[in-house]
Design a binder for this molecule. Structure first.
Ligand code: ADE
Ligand code: ZN
Length: 333
């Protein structure tokens, strides 16, 4: 294979509101006459200093997306950018609570986002799906409300249900009913755990939420038995190393456990989480992790294969994506 071939990539963990460039947020803020000077500085960068202030800035930035057209612009822009970096598949977390506080119904929010993803697909071929998330620090009732809304308004591109927000808040048992409902409705399940919480938080997410994927999950490195469990149960980690460095979970990339987990046999994927907040992109995650830990192109392709295997999409789409992955990596004769 030529060195110039772009490794086909796939992303499972990116918050769509967290993918909004500050320039887009500033433009919409101007249009709606919303003051965003507290969250975007004079250099056009988001202002935050720790996880709590990041979540606050994120909430305020989300508030400038008001209409389905605003959301379709956001998703089209993001999926085009992913495709330009060589991605063939992307899943984004969508947050009905954020749409609601911006004054949009769940159905219009999803339709707007879906239209943007479809437009990007027509031009670039990238396939996309959405995972509706409940926000942990909004409490169990709010998370159950999201589950009910998603189940009552099925959309072919909303294929998963998840839990994000502040992991330091609320035991996973509180969200067991929401996850049971979502699972019974056929949605794929994932939860953030092992980012700001340690191994106990991961164990509880696995025990109470029946998830086969974990957002982050990297702090499993702190407990050998848990690493074994992840391997045995074939749990897929949606790791976001750049996000973890930006938020101070690890000091520098070479101290990040992603490669040790991979070598131990844990199924890992690479993801950007909230790219402009953390100065990253999916392409940068693949290249910085590969450079730091010496991953070959074959290693990177194996990571994309893991993501496609774990993707919350139908089997026909998965098969098409696998064909694209295989054909992109078949050496020219
Ligand atoms: N929401 C947006 N980004 C998040 C993160 N990194 N962790 C938890 N919730 C989030
Ligand atoms: Zn996340």
């Amino acid at each position: 294979m030529s060195e110039h071939v772009t490794v086909p990539k796939a992303e499972l963990h990116c918050h769509i509101e967290g993918a909004a460039a500050p320039s887009l947020v500033a433009r919409l803020a101007d249009h709606y006459q919303i003051d965003v000077s507290a969250i975007i500085d004079g250099n056009g960068k988001y202002v935050w200093s720790d996880f709590t202030s990041f979540l606050e800035t994120y909430d305020l930035a989300s508030n400038v997306f008001k209409t389905p057209a605003d959301y379709s612009l956001l998703s089209e822009t993001y999926f085009r950018m992913l495709a330009a970096e060589g991605a063939i598949y992307g899943e984004v977390f969508i947050s009905p609570d954020h749409a609601q506080s911006a004054g949009l119904s769940y159905a219009s929010y999803v339709e707007g986002l879906a239209a943007g993803i479809e437009r990007a697909k027509i031009d670039t071929g990238i396939e996309g799906r959405m995972i509706a998330i409940g926000v942990r620090h909004f409490g169990a009732a709010a998370v159950e409300r999201v589950a009910r809304e998603v189940i009552a308004n099925p959309h072919p591109m909303v294929t998963g249900f998840g839990l994000a927000g502040d992991e330091r808040d609320g035991h996973p048992a509180n969200f067991a009913r929401a996850f049971r409902m979502a699972g019974e409705a056929g949605l794929g399940l994932t939860a953030h755990a092992g980012e700001f919480g340690g191994p106990d938080s991961i164990t509880a997410a696995l025990d109470f939420l029946q998830v086969k994927r974990l957002g982050h999950g990297v702090r499993a490195i702190e407990e050998k038995d848990l690493i074994r469990r992840l391997v045995d149960e074939k749990i897929v980690l949606e790791t976001c190393p750049g996000s973890n460095i930006a938020l101070g979970v690890y000091s520098v990339l070479r101290f990040h456990p992603v490669n040790i987990l991979r070598q131990e046999g844990v199924r890992i994927t690479l993801n950007s989480d909230d790219p402009p907040f953390f100065g990253t992109t999916l392409g940068r995650e693949y290249s910085s992790v590969s450079k730091t830990f010496g991953l070959s192109e074959a290693d990177q392709i194996a990571i994309t294969r893991t993501a496609l295997e774990a993707a919350f999409c139908d089997e026909a789409a998965r098969n098409r994506l696998m064909v694209r992955l295989d054909s992109a990596v078949t050496p020219a004769v």
